[in-house]
Write a protein that binds this ligand. Structure first.
Ligand SMILES: Nc1ncnc2c1ncn2[C@@H]1O[C@H](COP(=O)(O)OP(=O)(O)O)[C@@H](O)[C@H]1O
Ligand SMILES: [Mg+2]
Length: 269
C-alpha cells in the first residue's frame, strides 16, 4: 500500500507520518517512510539517531541524483532507475520502518526541483510492493511533485488539516488537484483539535470529504519535539498515539479489491 501525506506547512504531516509508520510497522508490516520535504526532519520524529542517519550518504545525494536524472543537454530523465534505492539508501529505524530521505541538490535558487520530483514520481510509480509492505510519504506542501502517473500508484492520499481557515483552504485546493491527477482515495485527518468547536469547524468546512478522525492538540508532541525524539518514545500513552492507533486500524482495513486498488471497506465513524 502506498500512502502520501500532504497538507499546509506546519499542520503536523511529519508528526503523523512518523507515528503512523511505526504503529503500522508494529503490526508486522515492512514500512518505508519517505521524507520528501526539503527540511528533512522525519528522521528525528521517527526516533532514528543522527549517527545512523549520517552513517550512510544522504539519499539521492547530488552526484547520485545527477547521475540518474540529468541528461547531457541539461534536460532530465522522466523515468530514472529506482529499484536499488531502498537497499542502497534505506536507513533502518525502529519498528520495521526504513527511512528514505529525498536529498536535494544543494545549489540554491538556480533551477526548479524537477530531478528530485522525477525521482519521487518514479519511486511512487515503480516501487513494487508485497502485500505486507507499506510506503508512506511525508510530502512537501502542494502537489507539484505529483503527476497522473505517480497518482495512479498511490492508494491513499491523507491530508492533515488544522482547524484554521488557511489550513482548510489548502486542503480544499489539494483535494481539487488530487482529483485532477486521478488520486483514487483522498481522506483528511484533523490535527491540533482542542474542542468540539474545532472538530465541527473542520467537518463543516470539508463536508463531502472523507475524514478519518481528529487528533487532539497534545503537549507530548510539543515536548518530544523539543527533546528531538519520537512522541512514541517520549510517551507511548499520549492521546495522539491512541487516536492514530484507531486511524491506523482503519487504514489497514482497506480491502484489496479485484481491480488491485484499495477501497474504503468500513467507515471509521
Ligand atoms: N497534535 C499536536 N499537538 C501539539 N503540537 C503538534 C501536534 N501536531 C504537530 N504539532 C507541532 O506542530 C509543529 C509542526 O508539526 P510538523 O509535524 O513538523 O508539521 P509539518 O510536517 O506539516 O510541517 C511541530 O512543532 C509539532 O511539534
Ligand atoms: Mg514536515
Amino acid at each position: 500500500m502506498k500512502i502520501v501525506v500532504v497538507g499546509k506547512g506546519g499542520v503536523g504531516k511529519t508528526t503523523v507520518v512518523a507515528c503512523l509508520a511505526r504503529l503500522i510497522g508494529r503490526d508486522g508490516y515492512s514500512v518505508i517512510a519517505v521524507d520528501a520535504d526539503p527540511s528533512l526532519n522525519l528522521a528525528k520524529a521517527l526516533g532514528i539517531d543522527s549517527n545512523s542517519v549520517y552513517s550512510k550518504p544522504v539519499l539521492f545525494d547530488e552526484e547520485f541524483i545527477k547521475e540518474r536524472t540529468l541528461l547531457p543537454d541539461g534536460a532530465y530523465r522522466l523515468n530514472p532507475r529506482v529499484e536499488d534505492v531502498v537497499e542502497k539508501y534505506g536507513i533502518k529505524g525502529p519498528d520495521n520502518v526504513t527511512l528514505l530521505k529525498l536529498g536535494y541538490v544543494k545549489k540554491g535558487g538556480t533551477r526548479c526541483l524537477c530531478p528530485e520530483y522525477a525521482f519521487l514520481r518514479a519511486l511512487l510509480s515503480h516501487l513494487i510492493l508485497g502485500r505486507r509492505d507499506v510506503v508512506i510519504v511525508d510530502m512537501v506542501a502542494g502537489l507539484e511533485p505529483m503527476s497522473r502517473g505517480a497518482a495512479r500508484g498511490v492508494d491513499l492520499m491523507l491530508c492533515i488539516t488544522e482547524p484554521t481557515t488557511k489550513s482548510i483552504d489548502v486542503t480544499q485546493e489539494i483535494f481539487r488537484l488530487s482529483k485532477d491527477i486521478g488520486v483514487k482515495n483522498f481522506a483528511v485527518i484533523g490535527n491540533k483539535v482542542m474542542s468540539d468547536e474545532d472538530r465541527v469547524f473542520i467537518e463543516r468546512s470539508l463536508s463531502g470529504i472523507e475524514i478519518l478522525g481528529h487528533l487532539p492538540y497534545d503537549e507530548n508532541v510539543v515536548k518530544s519535539d523539543r527533546l528531538g525524539i519520537a512522541v512514541l518514545d517520549h510517551n507511548p500513552n499520549s492521546p495522539i498515539v491512541a487516536e492514530l492507533n484507531m486511524i491506523k486500524k482503519f487504514i489497514l482495513n482497506f480491502k484489496k479489491a479485484e481491480d488491485n486498488t484499495y477501497k474504503f471497506s468500513t467507515s471509521y465513524k
